[in-house]
Design a protein around this ligand. Structure first.
Ligand code: FAD
Length: 324
């Protein structure tokens, strides 16, 4: 790799995303190993004050523009292409999130350079960088290399430590003045998620239900268990798809990522799309009738049993224990 590494700083509504710090941490290591500079760039409306948080990079490029409040992926990809060429960049790291997801492929196409999607690990050996890309929702991990280490990489959230990307150091800041590409995609307004429901990402105790719950009538039973434990209910996708719990309770790839102190899983098989949303929970306890259910592979404690045999006893025991 001859040229610098460039990180697109992701931010939403005034806050730098934690994934940005993940990218800065791994980007710093990579840049040091490859002996190249680490740059970051932040685009947005009034984003200059956020630049000081990106001190892990050697320099930060800032482009403030009213039209960059929630810009379209085309506009950002065009700006990144210009910067890539102006600064002789070799590698661009972009967040693999709902906010940034469309940017990487468009930039890769415009630069005519390869795109590594769902990147979960980056290593350097003998001057060669290899990237581990997650395929088929985590069923396959593929190690890939880029010719001359040049390309665009979409970093999967939660893959790297956050702390390595934080520093009190003051980076050198360069204000950019680049023209914005015309776009037909205009940001109209930010829709708040449905109000009134609890935020499962903020709970210490979660009781998670899967298809093993069998029908909507049984939700009351597991809700009683969640109440007894002082926690909340969440669920796998089939339970949400059936309408037995609101979308705000879904854990996994297309739902929320949770890290409670206790994750009690009932009748959930442990498909990769579910596991990626809860694997970092403090203590995982799973109840499943199938001894080969993948959820047991990531659980600290597993109970191979019918949840309907265990849950009523558990509620009774917790209530007795509390009244003592
Ligand atoms: C692009 C994509 C995104 C996805 N996103 C998500 C996501 O965000 N979240 C998510 O959860 N899934 C997601 N999925 C779906 C995922 O692949 C699985 O289909 C889903 O997680 C399975 O849910 P489940 O474990 O509840 O059901 P199943 O896989 O049907 O498992 C039910 C489990 O319950 C057990 N069981 C049955 N009866 C009992 C009983 N009485 N007591 C105890 N155990 C019992 C069974 O042994 C089985 O292991 C996604 C899939 C795709 C393709």
């Amino acid at each position: 790799m001859q040229g610098p590494i460039l990180i697109l700083a992701e931010h939403l509504r005034g806050d730098i995303a934690s994934l940005t710090f993940e990218m800065l941490g791994i980007g710093r290591k990579l840049a040091d190993d490859m002996k190249v500079p680490l740059h970051s760039v932040i685009f947005g409306k009034d984003v200059a004050p956020l630049a000081s948080q990106l001190g892990v990079s050697d320099s930060v490029f800032v482009l403030n523009h009213p039209q960059l409040d929630m810009p379209s992926s085309e506009v950002v990809a065009a700006l990144l292409k210009t910067l890539f060429e102006q600064k002789n960049v070799s590698l661009v790291l972009i967040g693999g999130t709902n906010v940034s997801t469309g940017i990487g492929p468009k930039l890769s196409f415009r630069l005519n350079l390869p795109f590594v999607n769902f990147c979960r690990n980056i290593r350097v050996k003998d001057g060669l960088v290899s990237f581990t890309s997650q395929l088929f929702g985590g069923k396959i991990l593929s190690d890939v290399r880029l010719q001359e280490n040049r390309g665009v990489v979409s970093v999967y959230p939660g893959s790297f430590p956050i702390d390595a990307g934080k520093s009190d150091r003051k980076p050198s800041i360069e204000m950019l003045d680049l023209p914005l590409e015309e776009t037909k995609v205009i940001f109209k307004k930010y829709l708040e998620p449905e109000a009134g429901d609890i935020d499962i990402t903020k709970q210490d105790v979660l009781v998670s239900v899967g298809r093993g719950i069998a029908n909507a009538d049984n939700i009351a039973l597991v809700n009683e268990l969640a109440d007894a434990l002082g926690g909340a209910l969440c669920a796998s996708r089939p339970v949400i798809d059936q309408g037995w719990l609101p979308l705000s309770r879904q854990v996994g790839k297309s739902g929320m990522t949770v890290k409670p102190k206790l994750y009690l899983s009932l009748g959930v098989s442990g498909a990769p799309e579910h596991v990626e949303g809860m694997k970092d929970s403090g203590l995982i306890v799973a109840i499943n009738t199938d001894p080969n259910a993948p959820i047991f592979g990531i659980s600290h404690y597993g109970i191979c049993a019918d949840l309907f045999d265990i849950v009523p006893t558990l509620i009774e025991e917790i209530k007795t224990h509390k009244s003592e």
